[in-house]
Design a protein. Structure first.
Length: 319
């Protein structure tokens, strides 16, 4: 029988965890796989830890990983991925918003040959207009300025084959945006849309601050576009200098020099030229830093699909 690791990060979920585990157990009945359920306790400050210990005591499939403090959702997922050894690895939230009933569907698609089965959250009424709007704006931005296309509404609810997990393990970057990293690795993937049910209990643990941090990680680790802003601004200033020159010349040509304030033209010209060159050089330095940043991340230059590994010699990917 094939093995499956389930990775479930939890942070202050004492109200939901028992409910969730029962729902999960029910969903796994009759599935012909050997499951290991990894609960990653992301430094919960409530009774989640003791509840997890109790669950692990009653269910031999359960493994609990305790993080030393709250490192955040993406770090907790990574802790799980680092431990996963199974043929398939499925990550899902511990609040019931990623319905465990879909696990059966995910495994079916994996068996038909997909390495990544990515779920896509369809719009749910109970998600606040603010979250929906910011999420849509975020995906539009990241897909416009980044070179990796990320499905809007892609959740951290997905199945990964063993070789994709291996690939992710070779991406030890600190600022992690797993949705982007999974899109970046490539491999045969398929999207499974689902209707998100409401949280079983408790409140969302994604504060506005955590959401902002996650989107910054996404923007800055998947795009160098912000670096080119300096260069563009510099070029804009040089263009303004040119326009100013033409404007001043027009006074000369029409013989209206007396209408120009003395000293204005030369001062304006110098400011624009110097400003432009400064912005451009800052931008150029920024680009170098960006390249250093990409090197420091130490991502692999290419990844190889296992079966055809002999035929496909490493092609450099889009970095
Ligand atoms: N979570 C975590 N660490 C955090 C924040 C959240 O492990 O710092 C877990 C949380 O317990 C849940 C999942 O990540 O299982 C998704 O969080 P949440 O449901 O609060 O986010 P939302 O669904 O509102 O985006
Ligand atoms: Mg949730």
């Amino acid at each position: 029988m094939k093995t499956v690791d389930l990775i479930i990060p939890v942070y202050n979920e004492e109200e939901v965890i028992n409910l969730f585990h029962n729902k999960l157990t029910a969903a796994l009945i009759n599935l012909p796989y050997i499951f290991t359920i990894w609960y990653i306790n992301d430094g919960s400050k409530d009774g989640t830890g003791s509840k997890l210990a109790e669950i692990a005591g009653n269910d031999p499939r359960v493994q609990v990983v305790e993080l030393s403090r709250n490192f955040g959702h993406q770090a907790a997922l990574t802790a799980g991925l680092d431990r996963a050894q199974a043929d398939y690895v499925i990550s899902l939230d511990g609040d019931g918003q990623h319905p465990p009933e879909l696990i059966c569907e995910l495994l079916k698609l994996a068996e038909s040959g997909y390495d990544i089965v990515q779920t896509e959250r369809l719009d749910a009424e109970d998600i606040s207009a603010f979250k929906r709007w910011t999420s849509a704006a975020f995906y539009r931005l990241i897909n416009r300025i980044g070179s990796t296309q990320i499905t809007p509404g892609a959740a951290d609810f997905r199945l990964l084959s063993h070789q994709v997990v291996e690939a992710l393990r070779n991406m030890p970057e600190y600022h992690r945006f797993l949705r982007g990293m999974v899109a970046w690795v490539g491999y045969k993937s398929i999207i499974l849309p689902y209707n998100p049910p409401p949280r079983m209990a408790g409140k969302s643990k994604y504060s506005l601050q955590k959401m902002v941090r996650l989107s910054m990680d996404a923007v800055f680790s998947f795009s160098l576009v912000p670096l080119y802003i300096g260069i563009s601004l510099g070029i804009l200033m040089l263009l303004l200098a040119l326009i100013e020159m033409i404007y001043v010349l027009s006074f000369w040509v029409t013989g209206n020099i007396s209408h120009l304030a003395p000293g204005w033209s030369s001062l304006m010209f110098i400011i624009l030229i110097v400003g432009g060159f400064l912005m451009i050089s800052i931008g150029v330095i920024g680009v170098y830093i960006g390249y250093i940043f990409q090197e420091v991340k130490g991502r692999p230059v290419y990844l190889v699909r296992e079966p055809e590994s002999l035929m496909e010699n490493g092609k450099a990917s889009d970095r």
